[in-house]
Ligand binder design. Sequence first.
Ligand code: SF4
Length: 366
Amino acid sequence: MFTIPPFAQLKAKVGFCTDADAQRSLRANHLNIDDLAALLSPEADKHLEAMAERSADITAQRFGKTTQIYAPLYVSSFCTNRCSYCGFAADNKIERRILSLEEAESEAMLLQQRGFNHILLVSGEAPAKLGVEYLEKLALLLRHRFAAISIEVQPLATEEYARLFAAGITSVAIYQETYDRKTYNKVHLGGMKSDFEFRLDTPARAAAGGMREVGIGTLLGLADWRTEGLALGLHLAWLRKNFWRTAITVSFPRLRPAAGEFEPLCTVTERDLSHLIFALRLFDPDVGIILSTREEARYRNGMIGLGPTRYSAGSCTAPGGYSDPEISGEQFAIGDHRSIQEVCAAIRQKGYDPVRKDWDAGFQLH
Ligand code: SF4
């Protein structure tokens, strides 16, 4: 089982790094966790340009000049948790909705018509309303129409992940939000999600259940981003060691305005986010890095090829929002409102290929 050292200890580790450490780590070929700490440290700030160059080179070597494209499909806004930063939190008075299987299928087909081949099914965490059975049925309806189906839902048991994998779901995203227990307890006020350990162990259960890919991440704006980056690196390295057959992705969503009007507990600038992306890319050349529509078009355009490997596009964060753009009850406000065509055009303009399909179930061993 993965355990995380105290956040204060990790923070001190980052804080003690010197400029010489940062320079040495920037030149190193196989980076260890000490190198990651050095590259995340304030001493590395002045080397950001060199980190960006190295990150771009490694990304092109490992992934080619490509950026994968996907869209989230929100299927339910019901949630029993009370995460103070989220529009779907149980306390918020929003219009809630769960899509019937027919409605979810027709939303998915709309995305397919728009050109998406990879979709991410997203829901709040309300297992009594939306459980494994719903996800299994939906996956069976969609599996032959999409190249890849991922989920971002409540944490499940290993056997449940295995069942969903058999139904055609190949990837699970489950973010710890923050690796700082103190902050975690402060912002997760109630519901299953307030169990830090259970959530921390979820990526391992998803991998043990046979998922082809597991996504981990932290929600930026809750605790010190440099320390979150180091904690994420530790989690990533542990998963690599214990589940070497599972592909791993990382994501660093920054807090966005949402119902409940939570104010970020700390500031994370675009420069900080870039720093985090470059450091993780240097630390793990093969990790997939996701940059979602939480970020603005200007910033996402600037980051093409520099480290991220996967972009969402044309996103709506309210269930039913693709069929009815006027629908209310979104999880958070997005920052990039462009269509898939516009995002793909921006990627091509930079000399990269937008990839709508990078996987086929035919490759899968059953
Ligand atoms: S972050 Fe997820 S678990 Fe927390 S309130 Fe929002 S939807 Fe529910």
